[in-house]
Design a protein around this ligand. Structure first.
Ligand SMILES: C[S@@+](CC[C@H](N)C(=O)[O-])C[C@H]1O[C@@H](n2cnc3c(N)ncnc32)[C@H](O)[C@@H]1O
Length: 187
């Protein structure tokens, strides 16, 4: 992996040391892009993730899943606050770094390579996703996975063009903080 650096970040009461790539652009791989339009977006800490982590409710004792976790800051904060966390991303590098960051901060979580285009048989109390609606192809599968995996989902928004279509399709949506919405499943 490219050069890494450690950074201290504070989200509410929770302080984390996050190791991450100094230059995400250095991770761009033309073969991976040609194969599945893969770009190393996981290596940035996006404002939507910070907003989502800051807006987390009391998650102690809840089973929490994060989709497209990237550096996994909401997952790390949820784990620090007593949730049983499964963090997922299609990037194996992201998952490897998140496992190391959890250990670095003395936190327990499960981190798994998962592609949100394919269902998997997990069941959780709360789903999380931050800045995952930056391409039209993400909208339907992200909504489908969030609905299948948990009765409630907190989604961190980034002002991307496809977020409106997502929110319209999601239906039952409540704004709970700046950049953060709560989706509630109908049944
Ligand atoms: C803009 S980044 C956001 C990362 C992180 N949630 C944040 O806000 O800092 C989008 C994330 O979605 C992941 N991703 C993209 N397509 C995916 C897919 N099909 N399945 C799972 N993760 C995917 C990327 O690897 C990346 O980590």
């Amino acid at each position: 992996m490219a050069e890494l650096r450690d950074e201290s970040i504070r989200l509410g009461e929770t302080e984390l040391v996050l190791r991450r790539p100094v230059s995400p652009e250095a991770l761009i791989d033309e073969d991976a892009f040609a194969h599945d339009e893969f770009l190393p977006y996981w290596a940035e800490l996006w404002p939507a993730a910070t907003a989502l982590a800051t807006a987390l409710p009391d998650v102690a004792g809840l089973r929490v899943v994060e989709l497209g976790c990237g550096l996994g800051v909401p997952s790390l904060v949820a784990a620090a606050r007593g949730a049983e966390v499964t963090a997922t991303d299609w990037s194996a590098d992201a998952i490897e770094l998140l496992r190391a960051n959890a250990e670095r901060n003395g936190l327990q979580l499960v981190a798994e390579v998962r592609d949100w285009r394919r269902p998997w048989p997990g069941r959780f109390d709360l789903a999380l996703a931050a800045d995952v609606l930056y391409e039209q192809r993400n909208v339907a599968p992200v909504l489908a996975r969030l609905r299948e995996l948990a009765p409630r989902a907190l989604v961190g928004l980034a002002g991307r063009p496809y977020e409106d279509a997502f929110l319209e399709a999601a239906g039952n949506v409540e704004q709970v903080a700046e950049r953060v919405v709560l989706l509630t499943r109908a049944n």
